[in-house]
Design a protein around this ligand. Structure first.
Ligand code: SF4
Ligand code: SF4
Length: 57
């Protein structure tokens, strides 16, 4: 289990990356991406996304 960013919705604003305590969110091509192996499922990134692109898988 890990949180996931919906690439269709993500606008690459970068807000979520600043919230992640383990810094596992980075800018990818066309959207930000979460490193599933590093995500600790804390949920901190979810409420900061303005387009609700992040969800628990
Ligand atoms: S759920 Fe927590 S650990 Fe996982 S990407 Fe979001 S902020 Fe980072
Ligand atoms: S906060 Fe939402 S829209 Fe912004 S980079 Fe993260 S996932 Fe994409």
């Amino acid at each position: 289990m890990a949180h996931k960013i919906n690439a269709e919705l993500c606008t690459s604003c970068g807000l979520c990356a600043g919230e992640c305590p383990v810094e596992c969110i980075s800018e990818g091509e066309g959207s930000y991406v979460i490193d599933a192996a590093a995500c600790v499922d804390c949920g901190a990134c979810v409420p900061v996304c303005p387009v609700e692109a992040i969800s628990a898988e």
